[in-house]
Write a protein that binds this ligand. Structure first.
Ligand code: SF4
Ligand code: SF4
Length: 448
């Protein structure tokens, strides 16, 4: 009988790591080598759950990453597609017993592969324009002003009727855009009502400022009513998540530095930096992990991140609503747990806890909450069919008895879910948890 040759696997006899010159690929190899192929992560992966294909699982993708790092497995279109289908939800990282830093690995893959992609000049220019627009608050506000004009001037009706959107393959994307509210004009500071118990800064976020101004106004209303002064720096920028997770870490670093400077220049020290979008919160929490040129910058980033709090967590931990009355809510609320809140920040329970403060609330988790809704960063734009399939697994069970509200703490997920509800003809309103709290909050009725 022939026995397999295990001589390569004994202690101290592991094969020497290959020599890899590119430091990014060397890091990729090192991280991917932590994977022991146990498969614990596989059933937690939403793309594997849909396809039952090993190459669409974290373990399969890590094998591809190792091959990419060593050059043993040159990435063809099919390999690249398996990596691209990854939503970056990081459920696999959360459950991994070997602590494979999957989020960092997939970011590195995107950085390394981005320049090698077979894109047309027009596609490259469109991407550059989109990323440059998000990276500047001034440019984003100008772009949104144009979009508002498009929606309100009658041009939208003419364009839709012309068929040009179908020709440019933009019909679906355009139809999912909600009607933009008027542009926000923030005050530098909103004073606390009554006795001030603290001061906070508000991170407005590019997507939420554009699409969920109501939630930002709700944050200001609730915080000032509960005794906090709220500072809104006009110098703040996008958190950088889009750039970090799509192959542009240098731009993400530049945006992080701009935010450190903006929040350091506030006129008074603050107890916390409040975010309302868990995707932004995850990036803001991760600033110290960026590729800072020196340790002083990294320490400054770590101090910044330590102050960042999701609004639900802040209100629960500070017991800010104690002594305030919330009106009862008549109707069911399905609550969605965004991946960034669950798997990255690891605090999905705070919005549930916060909303349970509303008397009479009928709160239930959105079906299939453990799997990504499909929004996954820019996934709803880059892979709309896959994003729609993932969303359907959550919305179809609601068809028989749609809840009055669907609450989520991530603007990208909110837009994606709201578009699905509209398409399905369901009357459910998608709201941020803080919006529901603000609607139900009465003026102070007793001393805290
Ligand atoms: S759980 Fe971790 S070690 Fe196991 S296969 Fe997945 S990534 Fe690899
Ligand atoms: S990040 Fe999410 S989609 Fe990507 S491999 Fe991990 S579990 Fe799957």
């Amino acid at each position: 009988m022939d026995f397999p040759d295990f001589s390569d696997y004994g202690p101290g006899m592991a094969p020497a790591p290959p020599k890899i010159d590119d430091p990014r690929l060397a890091r990729l190899y090192q991280g991917a080598s932590l994977c022991v192929m146990c498969g614990f992560c596989v059933p937690h992966c939403p793309t594997y759950a849909q396809s039952l294909d090993e190459a669409e699982s974290p373990r399969g993708r890590i094998t591809l990453m190792k091959g990419l790092a060593t050059g043993d497995l040159p990435l063809d279109d099919a390999g690249l597609a398996h990596l691209d289908h990854c939503l970056g939800c990081r459920a696999c990282e959360f459950v991994c017993p070997s602590r494979v830093p999957y989020g960092q690995l997939i970011d590195t893959v995107r950085e390394v592969t981005e320049p090698q992609r077979p894109t047309t000049l027009a596609q490259r220019k469109a991407r550059q324009l989109a990323f440059a627009t998000v990276a500047s608050r001034r440019r984003l506000r100008s772009a949104m002003a144009l979009l508002r004009l498009y929606q309100r001037s009658g041009v939208q009706r003419a364009v839709r009727g012309s068929g040009v959107l179908r020709l440019l393959d933009l019909e679906r994307l355009e139809s999912q855009l909600p009607k933009l509210p008027p542009a926000p004009r923030w005050q530098p500071v909103y004073p606390a009502r009554g006795t001030q118990r603290g001061a906070v800064a508000l991170f407005t976020g590019c997507l939420s400022e554009t699409f969920d101004r109501t939630a930002l106004e709700a944050v200001i209303q609730v915080l000032t009513t509960t005794g906090f002064a709220v500072h809104v720096s006009d110098q703040q920028q996008c958190c950088g998540a889009l750039h970090q997770h799509n192959g542009e870490p240098h731009e993400a670093l530049r945006l992080a530095r701009a935010n450190l400077d903006a929040f350091a220049a506030l006129p008074e020290p603050v107890d916390a930096i409040i975010d309302i979008v868990s995707g932004c919160g995850a990036q803001l929490h991760d600033y110290a992990g960026l590729d800072w040129p020196d340790e002083a910058d990294r320490a400054r980033a770590a101090a910044f991140s330590a102050q960042v709090r999701d609004i639900s967590r802040f209100l629960v931990e500070s017991e800010a609503l104690k002594g305030h009355t919330l009106r009862p809510l008549d109707g069911a609320v399905a609550i969605h747990d965004p991946c960034s809140l669950t798997w990255v920040l690891r605090e999905p329970h705070f919005p549930h806890q916060l909303l349970r403060a509303i008397p009479g609330i009928e709160l239930a988790p959105l079906p299939n909450n453990a799997h990504c809704c499909g929004a996954g960063g820019a996934h709803l734009l880059t892979h709309p069919e896959q994003a729609a399939r993932l969303r359907a697994s959550k919305l179809e069970p609601l068809m028989a008895q749609p809840p009055a509200w669907l609450a989520t703490s991530n603007t990208g997920c909110a837009l994606h879910l709201a578009a699905g509800l509209r398409e399905a003809g369901l009357p459910t309103e998608v709201v941020h948890p803080i919006t529901l709290i603000a609607r139900q909050l009465e003026s102070r009725t007793e001393s805290p």
